[in-house]
Design a protein around this ligand. Structure first.
Ligand code: NI
Length: 388
């Protein structure tokens, strides 16, 4: 049976699964019902799996040939907080929760690919990773810690996007998403009378100097070819016009696309904060809350993904990446361990406007399920061929 015929055959089942996931969205680390639907389907397909319990994810295994290489495919399971406004007949029945990021589709695609791979197994092993908590909490790390990547040569994943039309796949190597970190700088001076500054340490003046100083981090210390941003978006200080402020709090965000640049900026921020404090007899602390690292696709695996995408959507369906997204994706953690490639699946129907991910009105064209399942099927085969 041809791949097209097979995807057509499993398409109704993928739609059914997607709608079930969509109707009962669950938040990060609470994916209990979602997991039970996945496990039921894996049992139906006679695919053995391990379940880590609620919030622990599922790892399914398809075995073709004992001495063949092992390739992993990943789907994320969680929904988002928010009330759905799509009006779809299968809209969320869980108040305050919805699949606004298309993860319902990712799970259905991977189960569709699983059916195709099971029916005609490639000469190796395929690990199916159903991961909890992509939106927050880094569920990828839970899967890595529980050994999902053991013996895995490469990993592939993807995301639906309404920026692209159904039938398009975006494949690129290198950096495709940025790291986003938040920081808080706390300045502690000594409060006093506005008329007697010599008796005080003015936290507002220290904060002002620091605000200007950190602007030089990106402009004077970072290679201009490495995209990075430091923004202070919030400043709080003082209680009255004639009182010297004892405290000031600055909060901001750091965006980078390379680990070493991120490290450099955080170190620079700490250095400037400490030095400015010493300079003016204030105590300055910096706290950085780490977000997900950037997704960096490896070159060979991007080529494997490109060949697989070519088989599914043809040359006209391959879209390039103009510049990295500033969004974040915890697939990055897998790519810190092993090579791999993360792609984007076009999900906009002709005539639809571009409703972005995370919108309460987000929906995608279910035809994209065929493209995703066919891609996962092909990319596993292609990778096993390359690694054999
Ligand atoms: Ni997402």
């Amino acid at each position: 049976m041809s791949r097209q015929a097979l995807t057509e055959l499993i398409f109704p089942r993928m739609v059914e699964l997607r709608r079930t996931f969509h109707r009962y969205p669950e938040l990060a680390f609470e994916e209990e019902r979602t997991a039970s639907v996945i496990m039921e389907e894996l049992r139906r397909l006679d695919i053995p799996f391990e379940y880590g319990g609620v919030g622990g994810g599922i790892v399914g295994r398809i075995t073709g040939q004992d001495d063949g290489p092992t390739i992993a495919l990943r789907a994320d399971m969680d929904g988002l907080p928010g009330d759905e406004t799509t009006g779809l007949p299968f809209a969320s029945v869980n108040p305050g929760k919805m699949h606004a990021c298309g993860h319902d589709g990712h799970m259905a695609m991977l189960l569709g690919a699983a059916a195709m791979l099971k029916q005609n197994p490639p000469p190796g092993h395929v690990v199916l990773i159903f991961q909890p908590a992509e939106e927050r909490g880094a569920g990828a790390r839970v899967m890595i810690q529980s050994g999902a990547l053991d013996r895995v040569k490469a990993i592939f994943g993807g995301h639906v996007m309404r920026q692209f039309r159904v039938g398009e796949i975006m494949v690129a190597h290198g950096v495709i998403t940025a790291q986003s970190d938040r920081f808080t700088i706390r300045v502690r001076g000594r409060g006093g009378h506005g008329a007697r500054p010599h008796e005080a340490v003015d936290a507002v003046v220290v904060a002002g100097l620091l605000i200007m100083a950190v602007q030089t981090l990106v402009s004077r210390e970072i290679n201009p070819f490495h995209p990075s941003v430091v923004t202070i978006g919030q400043v709080q200080a003082g209680t009255a016009p004639n009182v010297i402020a004892e405290h000031a709090v600055l909060q901001g965000t750091i965006r980078t696309t390379q680990r070493k640049v991120r490290k450099q900026i955080i170190e620079g921020l700490n250095r400037m904060a400490k030095a400015t404090g010493v300079l003016h007899n204030a105590v300055v602390d910096v706290e950085v809350a780490e977000g997900y690292p950037p997704v960096v696709n490896t070159e060979q695996e991007a080529e494997i993904a490109r060949l697989a995408a070519l088989k599914v959507v043809g040359q006209q369906g391959l879209v390039p990446l103009d510049y990295p997204s500033m969004g974040a994706e915890d697939f990055a953690y897998y790519l810190e361990q092993i090579p791999g490639c993360y792609v984007r699946f076009g999900a906009r129907r002709e005539g639809w406007e571009n409703i972005p991910l995370h919108s309460p009105a987000f929906d995608f064209d279910e035809e994209a399920l065929k493209v995703g399942a066919a891609f996962f099927n092909e990319v596993a085969r292609e990778a096993i061929r390359v690694y054999a």
